[in-house]
Design a protein around this ligand. Sequence first.
Ligand SMILES: C[S@@+](CC[C@H](N)C(=O)[O-])C[C@H]1O[C@@H](n2cnc3c(N)ncnc32)[C@H](O)[C@@H]1O
Length: 187
Amino acid sequence: MGSIPRQVYAPGGDTFLMIDAIDTLSLEGKSVLDLGIGSGILGLYCALRQADVTGADIDELAIRNTTDAARLLGVELKLVVSDVFSNTPSQFDLILFNPPYLPSEGIHDGTVDGGSRGRALILRFLEGLPGHLRKGGIALLLLSSLNSPSTLRKSYDSLEFSTIAKRAMFFEELEVLRVRLRNDLSI
Ligand SMILES: C[S@@+](CC[C@H](N)C(=O)[O-])C[C@H]1O[C@@H](n2cnc3c(N)ncnc32)[C@H](O)[C@@H]1O
């Protein structure tokens, strides 16, 4: 179980790179899980584009903030407190995860600290992913060059990865991976 973040994550360059990647997809009528919903921005954006959205976060404050934001926007989405997939319902067409990915000794700020090589949450996410994707479903996962993405991609035989958005930031390069099941021939 990760530690509880001190404050809700303010959208940054990583968040906006996720939005660029989401913009390449058709969302209408799709079931979407926004894991680690934070401020709510990605899930709300998908809900405004007519997706059926579930938002999840380990941080109750993030869930409360997103509830308020959804009310202000007049948008409906389901929200759950969940440690990665521990409390998320069923399966989804699209799963979004902009994880805490900064390499850290221990998890002190759960919004950004990702443990060894920044991968603690990323590994748990990729292990649980196959059980939560519908047939034909995909995930969008944000990674940093700090997470050694090329070795990570080779560690999962059952998953297929492709980069669909990339941006150089101050001390790192961010990319959004599209992840699907390798044996899923429906897309
Ligand atoms: C980098 S922020 C991303 C927030 C938002 N999705 C965005 O793109 O701006 C990571 C989010 O993951 C959440 N988180 C951290 N550990 C988690 C866990 N074990 N399970 C679910 N969410 C977690 C944090 O609370 C935080 O809201």
